[in-house]
Design a protein around this ligand. Structure first.
Ligand code: SAM
Ligand code: SF4
Length: 307
């Protein structure tokens, strides 16, 4: 039961690394999807919390942290699925309590974005929803289907464009090694189609947007974990992972040479930390990758990797 003066969390909670210093507010619990690699909803039944309780958590946060909270992340796995009027109510209330609030963020599945109209997305942006973290995972329709993503490359393109049109910053994530090590053909398709996806969503202005590559972690209890136990899924090794990423980077080619796509592959799951601007710093990124491929000893050891 929620105690009177404690912010409620349904553990375990998942948030993007860049929201490490944000106020976390539990708006939903779990996720309405069930991707084969993800453990977000393994122990949680999906629900949108009672908005009165969410507002109460915001009141507690105001008492505990004062009026100067600048960033809020609305949990859980796909809080964007929340009906627009409820999302607006929560974000607007947070903006009143925290007058210096710079942004609210959510995880959003592409299908959740596509269910909202352009006008609804614009209203959310104006209320304070400034960033959405979208799990693309891959640009390959074949691989997206294999991992039960319930979204296609074309959904990802449409959702990204609609999000950016509304002014909301896009942060898209892809998963290195998602196709497994027993399938070199799918690894190549994953890299090529993912690069094509990112090329196609590149906006024609110089706004900042983000693309991150995580590396697959086979988490206990997930469908991929079950396949691995049965010998149906083999993990890629660190060099195969870097080769796949190299193919992806090589194929990045934006029409807009002033694009500001902040590329990161520096999550705890990655073997080699990489950061750069696409596609301007493609050459540097490829040099780092080539160095990592030639010097296996500098890669993050398996036991230090995590989600
Ligand atoms: C908690 S999920 C939320 C994303 C959002 N629900 C969506 O589907 O768009 C955040 C991201 O973490 C990454 N992720 C989840 N499980 C992972 C795993 N086992 N290994 C590597 N990355 C993983 C995926 O890129 C996923 O989109
Ligand atoms: S990746 Fe996103 S949509 Fe898929 S199960 Fe995890 S949280 Fe849900």
């Amino acid at each position: 039961m929620q105690s009177k003066e404690e912010i409620y969390y349904c553990q375990p909670v998942f948030r993007p690394p860049s929201e490490a210093y944000s106020l976390l507010i539990q708006l939903t619990e779990g996720c309405t999807f069930k991707c084969d690699f993800c453990m977000s909803n393994l122990r949680k039944k999906f629900l949108v919390r009672d908005i009165k309780l969410v507002k109460k958590d915001l009141d507690i946060a105001r008492k505990q942290y004062g009026p100067n909270v600048r960033k809020i992340f609305l949990l859980d796995g796909n809080a964007m699925v929340t009906p627009t009027e409820k999302l607006l109510e929560v974000i607007s209330y947070a903006s009143i309590l925290f007058p210096n609030l710079e942004r609210c963020g959510v995880y959003a599945h592409s299908k959740d974005i596509l269910k909202k109209s352009n006008e609804q997305l614009r209203m959310l942006f104006e209320a304070g929803l400034k960033i959405a973290y979208v799990g693309f995972e891959s640009g390959s329709d074949k691989l997206l289907e294999m991992v039960n993503k319930q979204a296609s490359k074309s959904d990802h393109i449409k959702a990204s464009k609609r999000l950016m049109k509304a002014g909301i910053t896009l942060s898209g994530t892809l998963i290195n090694g998602l196709g497994g090590g027993n399938n070199p053909k799918i690894s190549k398709e994953h890299a090529l189609e993912s690069a094509d996806l990112v090329n196609k969503i590149c906006p024609d202005d110089n706004r900042i947007w983000y693309i991150a590559f995580l590396t697959l972690m086979v988490a206990s209890g997930t469908e991929i974990f079950k396949k691995k136990l049965k010998g149906e899924f083999l993990e890629m090794n660190s060099i195969e992972i870097l080769q796949e990423l190299k193919t992806f980077i090589t194929r990045i080619d934006f029409e807009n040479k002033n694009a500001n796509c902040i590329f990161r592959s520096n999550h705890a799951s990655n073997y080699l930390p990489i950061k750069g601007i696409l596609d301007r710093e493609k050459g540097n990124i490829l040099s780092i990758l080539n160095y990592g491929i030639a010097h296996k000893d500098i890669l993050r050891p398996e036991f230090y990797r995590g989600l």
